[in-house]
Design a protein around this ligand. Structure first.
Ligand SMILES: C[S@@+](CC[C@H](N)C(=O)[O-])C[C@H]1O[C@@H](n2cnc3c(N)ncnc32)[C@H](O)[C@@H]1O
Length: 1012
């Protein structure tokens, strides 16, 4: 039996033991194959093509692998819930393993070169998620139906259609009251449930509608456009393929029409030196300018972050600025000083002009003119503070100058110097309409208002405004065309709009128009002055690469007819790729609802899974206005209810931003906490009692605050995290699980402090019985001390990554805390979540320290030394004193190969200083410290195969290496030694694979004699 299976067994056994069964437990309340879910969730982050998230941007979407796993594991019973069917622990474990295999399992495959690699199979694998009619999905649905049937005392259905019908009939509807980009309802729908979603934000509502509500209404319907109708006889249209075909067709019509109307604003350029302007421009690159404050200069100084255009090897290009009209090579020396104007400079009253030329080949781009500290005038080298730029911006005197043109040449991108005609054409664009709404005075991550950009329209050039308005208005024109074509195609027109439940010609036109409007809204992300040009990738990066509106100095003005990013055709093609792959067997329903408002609706109990906002992480409403203004322009008459406000509703939004409370942090915090409680209260009222509530919390290490516990030990807690726990507990939920999901980790070597810790935690909750008892602090502590160490040991044996251990330990700890109505302190007050978390942390610390007792004396010495000096030198005397306390000797440890002692100084050997020809079979003193460091070093150099070979040679000598890695990880994490912490985390996360490979390893006869 593989080692990991044994570990899993104990982990599961523990969780069952900890929570007495009062209801039928679901799989998620007992165990999850975390590693497979995490690997696939992280992988999904890099998948673009056809991923539902490409329908339209939404911030901080949850990976579908995670939402799918959480929902399925909430629907399927844990085998321990059926003792009559799985009477022994062995039988339960076997059944649980079967369910794990359906959900996600890691398999080892050999590639063509014979190298082994890990692949994830099962429901969470992206290949299955994106696969229409996936066999694994059916297998998973079979299990949902089986659990429903057992509960009802019926025979489970076996045929595919019968399975789906059974789920449709008996499974509870799923609901996400903070649905955002729709990841949770989408997966609920794919699992076969009736999916409901709601959000306060109209953009989120529309995205989720487009994913789960609109496509099922027109399931399997052929397109109505004349082109497809002609081919209809030979085509069959499944799912939303017909809808997609119409989106492509009418999108092309819109693009052609737009080109007829505004194509003159996007002139071609000459690249062939034959006088023919026949090359399409990809983008015009502009620099913002302000007047130089030096009275002797006064030029319109360009504000440029970077002058480089392409840093691709062999294609290097950059902009060379010149001061003055004279075209003299080298008159600008890259340092912002000018040397051709001689004595005149400094006294001239005519402001010098700045001219740009594109250079290619060998050479380096000059430094930009703006950095974090301020700007510098390119003509006179005067340092210019941001204050001046802000003043000029606010006075409406910020201008722009064309720097370069990017065109699509024969062999790739070509860069051209600007010319007056191109600049003139761009500047003559006169928008007939623009989004005149105000940007918020202050908002999370918004940096542009201080520079006089106070309206949404200010985020666009006049040409971009013309283009976006033209495209937005064409949505309504296309809608009329679609309606007429639909009627011609035989679809009855009942004049009932989509939004009022229609499914006729009018509703169909509304549906296609929705996707067309998304196509336009998507390109606004590229067609704005917040987008950036990246020289390393030779392309435009959209404005919302981050959840912010930062100030940009130079920016691309992208051609929407270029065939590249920013072109409506490209944008709609991404949308259609999503539509074509959607799978649905049931209708979805999405509404705009404030999740904190009281609901009087009589609704069937629901299985609720949700991902509420994270304290003050993202200002969704402020950000979404950027898209809302364009979507409203296109779709106001289609969705008059959700577009009734000029901008996205702000006041009820759950976010703890002081800006909304006159700068009062406390008010913002209590608004958020109160709102979260109301939302959880509402959920408690509508949750189905047979299923757990699952709540996502995006854990961000940056949010943590250090504080001291009762004994003055530093502990880590997080305001957002506490609020989430408090909110749930005060809404009468008890928390039984806290599963860390490393959704952002793309591979194991990603550094901590970057995104390795930007994980989500899924909280698994059940309503707390109204008659739950109270307990004293002592009682709580005793229970924690009794049960938590056992839980931690089992989590370790279950191979939880060290980086996740602290979080996962909160689950069993909180289960004890939250099963009581209150924990009473000695003075009669109720213990808060913060104290409970501190106590849980404290026991985790004690547990890890106690494990030291199992290590040999050299290792215990090394641990204490390391904690104080890491790998640095320190005095021999200190080392000597410590060695006495730990019952070892410096000389012995030098001989063991873990220490260097010379010239009165001692230091622990770094991994790279360890003996390269170490033969453990010949080494008589092998402290676990040495073994662990060698294993990590080998893992680093030779991968899991190399480490496995070493592990095989070490045999059971290495048994405690994983425990030491946990201890060292926690120590380094506490000390902030990030790189070192990563090393220990990597050893543990690779441990199952290393041990597996070590078991397969065939030792040489010499090694065999060593292990005997
Ligand atoms: C973390 S996001 C959800 C993301 C979603 N799970 C996804 O994968 O795309 C939180 C959502 O809560 C919404 N929200 C904020 N305040 C709200 C309120 N009072 N009522 C309903 N939704 C609200 C935000 O608009 C945002 O879409």
């Amino acid at each position: 039996m593989p080692l990991w299976f044994l570990n899993l067994r104990v982990l599961c056994a523990f969780v069952v033991l900890l929570s007495p069964m009062t209801y039928r437990k679901k799989l998620i309340e007992v165990a999850l194959p975390l590693e497979a879910i995490n690997v696939e969730s992280a992988r999904e982050k890099s998948i673009r093509h056809g991923h539902p998230s490409t329908l339209h941007l939404w911030w901080s979407r949850k990976p579908l692998a995670t939402t799918r796993a959480v929902l399925w594991a909430s629907l399927v019973d844990d085998p321990s819930s059926w003792p009559e069917k799985f009477p022994t622990e062995e039988a339960q474990n076997r059944e649980r393993q079967r369910l794990f295999d359906i959900l996600g399992r890691i398999e080892i495959e050999k590639d063509k070169k014979g190298n082994t690699k890990q692949v994830v199979r099962g429901l969470v694998s992206w290949d299955e998620i994106n696969q229409p009619n996936s066999a694994v999905l059916l297998e998973a649905q079979r299990e949902i139906a089986r659990c429903l049937a057992w509960e009802r005392g019926e025979e489970p259905p076996t045929k595919p259609d019968a399975i789906r019908d059974y789920i449709a009939k008996y499974a509870p509807p799923a609901y996400d009251p903070f649905c955002g980009g729709g990841s949770i309802p989408l997966e609920a729908q794919r699992l076969g449930l009736q999916a409901h979603g709601s959000d306060l934000n109209p953009v989120a509502v529309l995205i989720t509608k487009a994913l789960i509500e609109i496509p099922p209404k027109f399931k399997d319907k052929p397109p109505v456009n004349p082109d497809s109708r002609q081919k209809q006889k030979i085509s069959s249209w499944e799912g939303a393929q017909g809808l997609a075909a119409d989106v492509r067709y009418y999108g092309q019509w819109m693009r052609d029409e737009a080109f007829k109307r505004i194509g003159y604003l996007y002139p071609m350029v000459e690249t062939n030196h034959k006088g023919t302007k026949d090359t399409k421009v990809i983008a015009w690159l502009w620099a913002r300018t302000v007047k130089c404050p030096n009275p002797a200069c006064g030029c319109q100084m360009p504000l440029v972050n970077k002058f480089s255009l392409s840093t691709k090897k062999g294609k290097e290009a950059w902009v060379e600025p010149f001061v003055g009209d004279v075209n003299t090579e080298g008159d600008f020396n890259h340092k912002g000083t000018e040397d051709t104007k001689g004595d005149d400079f400094g006294v001239s009253v005519v402001p010098p002009k700045i001219r740009f030329e594109v250079k290619t080949g060998k050479g380096t781009a000059p430094d930009g003119t703006v950095n974090r500290k301020g700007a510098v005038c390119i003509a006179c080298n005067t340092p210019v503070p941001f204050d001046h730029i802000r003043r000029e911006g606010k006075a409406g005197r910020m201008d722009s100058q064309l720097m370069a043109i990017v065109a699509e040449g024969q062999g790739g991108r070509v860069y051209l110097s600007p010319d007056e005609e191109q600049e003139y054409i761009a500047k003559k664009a006169q928008p007939e309409w623009k989004p005149d709404s105000n940007l918020p005075e202050q908002a999370l991550g918004f940096r542009v208002q201080g520079y006089g950009m106070t309206k949404h329209a200010d985020l666009f050039t006049p040409r971009q405004l013309v283009a976006l308005t033209t495209f937005s208005d064409l949505v309504s024109e296309a809608r009329e065309k679609i309606k007429a074509d639909a009627v011609a195609a035989g679809i009855p027109d009942d004049d009932l709009p989509l939004n009022d439940g229609g499914i006729g010609a009018t509703a169909y036109a509304d549906a296609v128009a929705t996707y067309l409007a998304f196509g336009v809204s998507r390109i606004a992300n590229t067609l704005c002055t917040i987008a950036r040009w990246t020289a390393s990738r030779d392309q435009t990066v959209t404005a919302f690469a981050r959840q912010a509106i930062p100030m940009t100095w130079d920016y691309p003005d992208v051609n929407p007819f270029s065939g590249a990013a920013g072109d409506l055709k490209v944008s709609l093609s991404s949308i259609c790729d999503v539509l074509e792959k959607l799978q649905f067997s049931q209708q979805g329903n999405v509404q705009q609802i404030d999740a904190t408002a009281k609901s009087n609706d009589e609704i069937a109990p629901r299985i609720i899974s949700t991902d509420p906002p994270y304290y003050d992480n993202i200002g969704y409403a402020d950000l979404a206005d950027f898209f809302y203004v364009w979507l409203r322009r296109s779709l106001n008459s289609v969705y008059s209810n959700i577009f009734s406000t000029l901008l996205v509703p702000k006041t009820p939004e759950l976010v703890a931003t002081p800006y909304r409370f006159g700068g009062d942090k406390k008010k913002a915090q209590s608004f958020f906490e109160e709102g979260l409680r109301k939302a959880f209260g509402r959920m408690n009222g509508m949750a189905h009692s047979d299923y757990p509530l699952t709540v996502y919390y995006a854990f961000k290490q940056a949010e943590t605050e250090d504080s001291d516990d009762d004994k003055g030990n530093a502990v880590v807690s997080s305001t957002g995290w506490e609020t989430m726990l408090e909110g749930l507990i005060k809404s009468d939920f008890s928390i039984g699980g806290t599963w860390p999901m490393r959704t952002e980790l793309s591979n194991r070597s990603v550094g901590l402090g970057t995104n390795a810790l930007a994980s989500s935690i899924v909280l698994v909750c059940r309503p707390r019985p109204a008659d739950a008892p109270k307990a004293s602090r002592r009682q709580f502590l005793n229970e924690l001390k009794r049960d938590l160490p056992q839980a931690l040991k089992l989590l370790q044996q279950g191979n939880i990554a060290p980086v996740d251990l602290a979080q996962a330990s909160i689950g069993p700890g909180m289960a004890i805390y939250s099963k009581y109505a209150a924990i009473l302190e000695s003075n009669g007050t109720s213990m808060g979540v913060r104290t409970a978390l501190q106590l849980i942390n404290q026991i985790l610390d004690e547990f890890l320290t106690e494990q030291e007792g199992e290590f040999d004396s050299d290792t215990r010495w090394a641990l204490t030394w390391f904690e104080q000096y890491q790998f640095n030198e320190a005095l021999y005397g200190n080392a000597e004193t410590l060695s006495k306390a730990k019952n070892t000797s410096i000389q012995g440890m030098v001989e063991a190969g873990i220490l260097e002692a010379k010239a009165g100084k001692v230091r622990l050997l770094k991994r790279e200083d360890l003996k390269t020809d170490w033969k453990p079979e010949k080494d008589e003193r092998t402290p676990i410290w040495e073994i662990t460091q060698h294993l990590i070093h080998t893992l680093d150099k030779n991968g899991e195969t190399g480490a496995a070979e070493l592990l095989a040679k070490l045999g059971n000598k290495a048994d405690l290496a994983k425990e030491l890695a946990y201890r060292l990880y926690s120590l380094c994490d506490r000390k902030g030694w990030t790189q070192e912490a990563i090393a220990y985390n990597s050893l543990v996360t690779s441990w199952p694979e290393i041990t597996r490979l070590a078991n397969e390893y065939k030792p040489s006869p010499e090694q065999l004699s060593f292990s005997l």
